[in-house]
Write a protein that binds this ligand. Structure first.
Ligand SMILES: CC(C)(COP(=O)(O)OP(=O)(O)OC[C@H]1O[C@@H](n2cnc3c(N)ncnc32)[C@H](O)[C@@H]1OP(=O)(O)O)[C@@H](O)C(=O)NCCC(=O)NCCS
Length: 192
């Protein structure tokens, strides 16, 4: 099981060395640069506006308070992805976390999203969480397909629940993953 002291770790993706480490305040500017480089279509669907420094500061504050735990991935040029589990303070949902994962276009469909998600599964399990939720719009077909492949199942669709950054209404798809059912022995790239 992965714990904080297993990081940083270096893995190989598509011939590139990727360093994965726990996110801290030091990653603030790299997250802003990553968000700035995202294609417009991705920005449209971002749950929080990562191009806004105040929003990234809130994320860092959540890391410090323990509400969020995040890992970040870097290649030699900068941040290329992150995965994060977010908890709420509500007692009812204390065993549930929300997964957010985002991979730079140049590394998509190479297994990095799966690697980061597996690491977050381990972190979430170590924190005693039982379920992870993933939120996306019903229009995000690729993300849905990837989440299904990661073992998430659709739980609910909430009609017109989201207004994207262009002001268009979208349906929210909530997917869930049962952490206890996850195997830690999935095939992974070799560690460097
Ligand atoms: C969703 C996302 C993180 C997936 O990352 P990724 O690195 O491209 O995914 P991986 O290469 O690790 O693929 C994971 C699995 O999903 C499948 N998959 C990935 N993209 C897919 C696509 N477009 N269509 C179908 N399946 C796909 C892969 O084949 C793989 O399945 P496998 O384990 O059976 O081989 C990435 O597309 C992304 O950053 N999207 C934008 C942000 C977002 O929408 N996040 C989701 C909401 S939080």
């Amino acid at each position: 099981m992965s714990t904080n002291n297993e990081y940083p770790q270096t893995v190989n993706f598509d011939g590139a060395e990727i360093e994965v480490r726990m996110m801290s305040a030091d990653d603030r500017d790299a997250v802003l640069a990553f968000a700035k480089d995202l294609p417009e279509e991705d920005l449209l669907f971002l749950r929080i506006d990562l191009t806004d420094p105040d929003v990234v500061d809130d994320w860092v504050a959540n890391l410090n308070s323990g509400l969020s735990t995040s890992i970040v991935a870097y290649d030699s040029e900068g941040l290329v992805g992150y995965a994060s589990v977010h908890k709420t303070k509500a007692r009812w949902t204390r065993k549930v976390g929300e997964l957010r994962v985002n991979v730079a276009g140049k590394y998509r469909s190479k297994g990095l999203g799966k690697f980061l998600t597996n690491r977050i599964f381990d972190i979430a399990r170590a924190q005693g969480l039982k379920k992870l939720m993933g939120n996306m719009t019903t229009d995000q077909r690729s993300a849905q397909a990837a989440f299904r492949r990661l073992g998430f199942v659709p739980e609910a669709v909430l009609a017109d629940f989201i207004e994207d950054w262009s002001g268009t209404s979208r349906d929210l798809l909530i997917m869930s993953y049962d952490i206890d059912g996850h195997s830690e022995t999935l095939d992974e790239p070799a560690r460097v």
